[in-house]
Design a protein around this ligand. Structure first.
Ligand SMILES: *Cc1c(COP(=O)(O)O)cnc(C)c1O
Length: 369
């Protein structure tokens, strides 16, 4: 049996007709940027997340950096980000001229550890950007308290967690502003690049919209030195077709996680935590950790059996060449390094069938037996 890491077909097959109709509608509208499709999706997505506003932008990285720009964060400022995340979170801080400051994760949740944030706050700290990594919400209440106590901005990188809930509220509505990516492989993905910013703050939403459109509030009237990052009509139309299915797709991910949890019995494997009353994860990926040092061997073993896996992430950000200038030595962020050395994401996608889940679990158990 072949189990790809991600298969779009079970998600897209039932809606291909609707996607075709949406594409044809846009082709024939002769209106391709910032029209009715984008407006309709922004409205629907804000409603879904539970915020007053959503601004469609070009991609997830831009969504984060647009929020930072709108908060007037720039040169000389520091932005706290998790040490264990995709590099986009840190790059967004770098792009506005600020310095990313890494805070270690909790080993059980993989999320930023709220108890380790305060020690990293300096007079230059301006914001905390949390990441709901792997679709699991961060523990927002203690983080919000820290942000308020130190007068810091708080934003969310929601690129991996569309639809996840924390204490009954959707992530993306739990801070001043939140960034979403609609990259195809995300829980809610376009058929190309796309991103969005959700917020309840009208001034911030407007500013993001202006900066993303050449700093222009009214056509040919520029109040900021903005840039170009817009959600196009075609992607917005596709997203509007897919959004009504997001909850069902996420529920399927939760069910698959539950099955993995009961079927994978090897003691050498640590698995993502189940949902509980406060945390409603959406398992963007199912990241196990291999505790006996044999992660790479397991990955090769699964590849031989045609099971797709991905390491998230093989090299932590502070050890990337791109961040050599921060001069953070190996060993300085041991938990991020631990995740890089032990994490393996196994197949997880809506529509995965029981035979596939069982085949993957059996292969993992078989490797350790
Ligand atoms: C995917 C991702 C991004 C960036 O999104 P793009 O749309 O690819 O720019 C940012 N942060 C995290 C955590 C991501 O997984």
């Amino acid at each position: 049996m072949k189990v790809p890491f991600l298969d779009f077909a079970p998600m897209h097959d039932p809606i291909r007709g609707e996607l075709d109709t949406a594409a044809t509608r846009v082709v024939h509208s002769d209106y391709y940027i910032r029209g009715a499709e984008c407006e309709a999706f922004e409205k629907a997505y804000a409603e879904y997340i539970g915020t007053k506003y959503c601004v469609g932008v070009g991609n997830g990285l831009d969504a984060i950096q647009l929020i930072l720009r709108a908060m007037d964060i720039g040169a000389g400022d520091e932005v706290i980000v998790p040490s264990n995340t995709y590099i986009a979170t840190a790059l967004a801080a770098s792009y506005v001229g600020a310095m990313p400051v890494f805070v270690e994760p909790n080993l059980d949740t993989a999320e930023i550890d709220p108890t380790k944030i305060e020690e990293k706050i300096t007079p230059r700290t301006k914001a905390i950007c949390v990441v709901h990594l792997q679709g699991r919400p961060c523990d927002m209440d203690p983080i919000r308290e820290i942000a308020e106590k130190h007068h810091l901005h708080l934003l969310e990188d929601c690129a991996q967690a569309h639809g996840a809930t924390y204490k009954g509220k959707r992530i993306g509505s739990l801070s001043e502003a939140a960034a979403f990516s609609f990259y195809p492989g995300k829980n809610l993905g376009a058929l190309g690049d796309g991103g969005g910013v959700t917020t309840n703050d009208k001034a911030l939403a407007d500013k993001v919209r202006y900066i993303a459109n050449y700093g222009s509030d009214v056509k040919y009237h520029h109040i900021y030195k903005g840039f170009n990052s817009r959600l196009d009509e075609m992607q917005a139309a596709f997203l509007s077709v897919k959004l009504p299915h997001l909850d069902a797709w996420n529920a399927d991910r939760v069910k698959i996680a539950e099955k993995y949890r009961s079927l994978i019995t090897a003691d050498e494997v640590a698995q993502p935590l189940p949902p509980d009353a406060d945390f409603g994860p959406v398992y963007h990926v199912y990241g196990i950790r291999v505790l006996n040092g044999k992660r790479d061997e397991l990955a090769a073993y699964l590849a031989e059996r045609e099971i797709g896996t991905i390491m998230h992430y093989p090299t932590p950000m502070h050890l990337q060449e791109a961040y050599a200038d921060l001069r953070i030595p190996k060993g300085a962020l041991p938990l991020a390094e631990e995740f890089s050395a032990t994490e393996l994401s196994i197949p997880m996608f809506p529509g995965m069938i029981d035979e596939q889940i069982g085949y993957v679990a059996d292969a993992i158990n078989g490797f350790f037996s």
